[in-house]
Design a protein around this ligand. Structure first.
Ligand SMILES: [Zn+2]
Ligand SMILES: [Zn+2]
Length: 162
C-alpha cells in the first residue's frame, strides 16, 4: 500500500508506504505526523479508515489522469479535422472512432484509488475493500463542512492533476 497525502502541518505532498510505523516526522517541516494504521490495513492491505486524519469514511474512484485523457481526445479531434480538410471524411471518422475507443479502454483498465473524504489522502496498491463506495456529494459535505464550494466538485481530482 502506498499513501499519498498532504502534511497536516506544512501542507506539502508526501508519500508513505511503511505501515509498521506509528508516527513519522515530515521530511520537510520535521513535525511529527501520527499514523493510525488499522489492523485491516496492516494485515489485509485494505483501507477501512484514513490513517492520516482518522476519518472513518473513504471513497473509491478510477485513478484517472485527466490531462492524459484530454490529450488523447484532442489528438483524435485534430486528426479528424486534418482528414476533413483533405476531404477524407470516412478515414477521419474511423480515426476519430479509434481514438474514442482508446480513451474508453484506457479508462476501463485503470486501477482504482481510495481517497479520504476529509483530508484527501490517496491510497494506492491496496486490496479492494467492498465496504468502500464511490464518491458521494452528501458525505463530502459532511466531512468537509468548512468549504462547501470546493466540495461541490471532487477536489481530490484537482489536487491530483497538479
Ligand atoms: Zn510537513
Ligand atoms: Zn483523512
Amino acid at each position: 500500500m502506498k499513501i499519498e497525502f498532504l502534511c497536516p502541518h506544512c501542507k506539502h505532498e508526501l508519500e508513505f508506504d511503511d505501515l509498521s510505523r506509528k508516527e513519522s516526522p515530515c521530511p520537510l517541516c520535521n513535525e511529527l505526523i501520527r499514523l493510525r494504521i488499522s489492523e485491516r490495513m496492516r494485515r489485509n492491505n485494505m483501507v477501512d479508515r484514513c490513517a492520516i486524519c482518522d476519518c472513518n469514511t473513504v471513497y473509491v474512484q478510477k485513478d484517472f489522469n485527466r490531462t492524459l485523457g484530454v490529450s488523447i481526445f484532442l489528438l483524435g479531434a485534430l486528426l479528424f479535422l486534418l482528414c476533413a480538410w483533405k476531404n477524407r471524411l470516412v478515414e477521419g471518422t474511423l480515426v476519430w472512432a479509434a481514438f474514442v475507443m482508446a480513451d474508453a479502454l484506457l479508462f476501463k483498465f485503470l486501477s482504482d484509488v481510495t481517497i479520504c473524504y476529509k483530508c484527501y489522502a490517496q491510497y494506492r496498491q491496496v486490496t479492494p475493500n467492498p465496504d468502500n463506495q464511490p464518491f458521494e456529494l452528501g458525505l463530502a459535505e459532511k466531512y468537509d463542512p468548512l468549504d462547501k464550494r470546493v466540495s461541490a466538485e471532487n477536489p481530490a481530482a484537482e489536487w491530483k492533476g497538479r
